[in-house]
Design a protein around this ligand. Structure first.
Ligand SMILES: [Zn+2]
Length: 292
């Protein structure tokens, strides 16, 4: 399918990510771009972000962190033009080694089959053409992102297999599976920049639990599709702003990462086509290119 003769209005995209805000901070530009073309975009979110650290005043009017973050996600979904938001119903596990990892409902404490089964049922219900999820290292080694990645890969294949996770719904094979990916160059430059200003790149982020030196050494995943969302930057910024409790624009947190991302790869999101496999150097203009 190309932009001239394709009909995006017939297309359905399922986005499976771990937390409220992953849809906006990571790929909000892409989602606004496709929503505007008429693609039906459904967001299946693993958790309600219960372990996010919030300033006390962010809880005014809310009973819990999860409730606040769910309302932020609904705001962002509205701005981006998503067709629906659903939750898998697990609990945010926080970063590796945090006490939240051990909560009985923590996403990382679940067998992959249990998570994959819920995703499979959702796939059979909405019958997406394509699925987008986290990459194998979960972007920055967040355990919930990695758990969602593994379960989504399993569900992508299981949904078409009538013997897997039976639930009375017809099997459905989505045509493509994509991972949202960041170029390693971004992390390498950030490591360099932090060292120049005398900061420790192995203790990055609001909770100092992101090791950028390790991230910079991860494999560079192929970027088969690059989406230029320049026209939708304002809409992405509005969606980001919905996640007010998670915005961290100071130099201690993610602000410097997003600033650098905009300098190095302005208005661009990268995607690897995981299934069907294609050569690492293949390039396509569009996530839906060639689909019937
Ligand atoms: Zn996340």
């Amino acid at each position: 399918m190309n932009e001239q003769n394709g009909n995006y209005k017939d297309k359905t995209m399922l986005v499976v990510l771990a937390h409220p805000d992953d849809e906006s901070f990571g790929m909000g530009g892409t989602l606004a771009y496709y929503a505007d073309k008429g693609v039906n975009i459904h967001y299946l979110c693993g958790t309600r972000g219960e372990s996010g650290t919030l300033d006390a005043d962010c809880l005014d009017g809310f009973d819990s962190v999860g409730e606040r973050r769910e309302s932020e996600l609904m705001c962002a979904a509205d701005v981006l033009g998503l067709s629906s938001v659903s939750f898998l119903g697990f609990r945010d596990s926080g970063m590796l080694g945090s006490p939240d990892n051990d909560h009985p409902n923590a996403l990382v404490a679940q067998p992959v089959d249990k998570v994959a089964e819920r995703i499979t049922h959702f796939i059979r219900r909405i019958k997406p053409d394509i699925i987008v999820t986290h990459d194998p290292v979960g972007g920055y080694h967040h355990p919930d992102h990695i758990a969602i990645h593994k379960a989504t890969v399993k569900a992508f294949h299981a949904a078409a297999d009538p013997n897997m996770y039976q639930n009375g719904l017809e099997p459905h094979q989505p045509q493509r599976l994509y991972y949202g990916v960041f170029p390693r160059r971004l992390f390498r430059v950030l490591v360099w920049a932090l060292k120049v200003i005398g900061r420790d790149p192995s203790k990055f982020g609001r909770n100092q639990d992101i090791n950028l030196e390790m991230l910079a050494k991860d494999p560079d995943y192929p970027q088969h599709v690059k989406i230029n969302y320049t026209k939708y930057k304002e809409r992405k910024a509005k969606a980001d702003a919905c996640h007010e409790s998670q915005l961290d624009l100071g130099s201690q947190g993610s602000g410097i990462f997003f600033w650098l991302r905009e300098k190095l790869i302005p208005g661009t999101d990268g995607y690897m086509q995981a299934y069907p496999e294609i050569p690492a150097n293949a390039h396509m203009k569009d996530l839906f290119e060639g689909l019937q």
